[in-house]
Design a protein around this ligand. Structure first.
Ligand code: SAH
Length: 282
């Protein structure tokens, strides 16, 4: 922390009795914010989720109590009220509480619900945003969320609801028509159904799809496939959650922009979109 000191004096401190509802980013500790790092260095208790890895927890102040509050994928989240109540209790005990969640706390992270409980209980809190997996994870996969002449909109979508099924609250037809690029969280289990719905809504079967697993960690894996082939490709590859599913033409840019792959010797092609145009014309 010391060598960051020019930036740090103006940062707020995590005070006793406060909760910092904080995003830890997608995995790589280098993607933590300065405020998250500050919270790790000051917290008495860190209440963390399954998606927060040991490299990040290792940055906690020695002596900080680490409390696991994870929920495993797809299960009904009956524990959510307990977690919120626990945060209130810790704050009322005068602890400095860091509530650490994967990615950004307000993106499919139920951070809003926890914050509402804090408001109700009169517990003072700060929200520290984090880099959401759908943004940082895609950058580490070499896939831009938007690219000029390719898409001017992108949609973040959850692939399952609180019951663990493909959400009917999502209007798949409207999404298919309105969002040229879809970034799907929690979608691996239901990828076959989701691909079917997008196809039924008029998306092309040869549209590129990428599955990005454990993005930004040492275990990052990326599967490039198509809408028609993605369900079988996921089953065959054994690729595992947490994973993002990205649907859209921007996925083609990975052939040029897989900077992480290039570190391992992948040859990057500078013009993947033109190549596609030529091969379609020919
Ligand atoms: N608040 C988090 C999302 C929580 S929902 C955020 O902003 O990123 C959990 C889902 O996030 C996972 O099912 C997966 O789709 C996605 N996710 C989180 N971390 C990930 C990672 N490192 N790699 C790929 N997907 C990830």
């Amino acid at each position: 922390m010391e060598n960051l000191s020019p930036a740090l004096p103006s940062l707020p401190s995590l005070e006793p009795g406060w909760v910092w509802l904080t995003g830890a980013g997608p995995g790589d500790p280098g993607l933590l914010t300065l405020l998250a790092l500050r919270g790790l260095g000051q917290a008495d208790v860190i209440v963390y989720d399954a998606l927060v890895g040991p490299e990040i927890l290792n940055l906690a102040r020695p002596g900080a109590v680490l409390e696991y509050a994870g929920k495993r994928g797809g299960k009904p989240s009956a524990k959510q009220p307990d977690i919120s109540r626990r945060l209130v209790q810790l704050a009322r005990d005068g602890k400095r509480v860091l509530r650490l969640k994967g990615g950004d706390p307000f993106v499919f992270g139920r951070g809003g619900e926890e914050a509402l409980t804090l408001v109700e209980a009169g517990v003072p809190f700060r929200v520290v945003p984090g880099i959401s997996a759908g943004i940082g994870g895609l950058a580490y996969a070499g896939i831009p969320l938007t690219h000029r002449d390719v898409n001017s909109a992108v949609a973040f979508v959850t692939g399952h609801d609180t019951n663990g099924i493909v959400p009917d609250s999502v209007d798949w037809n409207a999404l298919a028509r309105g969002a040229p690029v879809l970034v799907l969280y929690m979608a691996l289990k239901h990828i076959a159904t989701i691909a079917e719905r997008l196809r039924a809504a008029g998306r092309r079967g040869d549209e590129p799809v990428a599955v990005v697993s454990r993005a930004t960690t040492a275990g990052q894996r990326v599967l490039e496939t198509t809408l028609d082939a993605c369900a079988a490709a996921v089953a065959d590859s054994g690729i595992e959650p947490p994973a993002l599913v990205v649907v859209g033409e921007v996925v083609r840019l990975r052939a040029a922009l897989d900077w992480l792959g290039a570190l391992d010797g992948r040859a990057l092609v500078p013009d993947p979109l033109q190549r596609r145009g030529r091969s379609e014309a020919g």
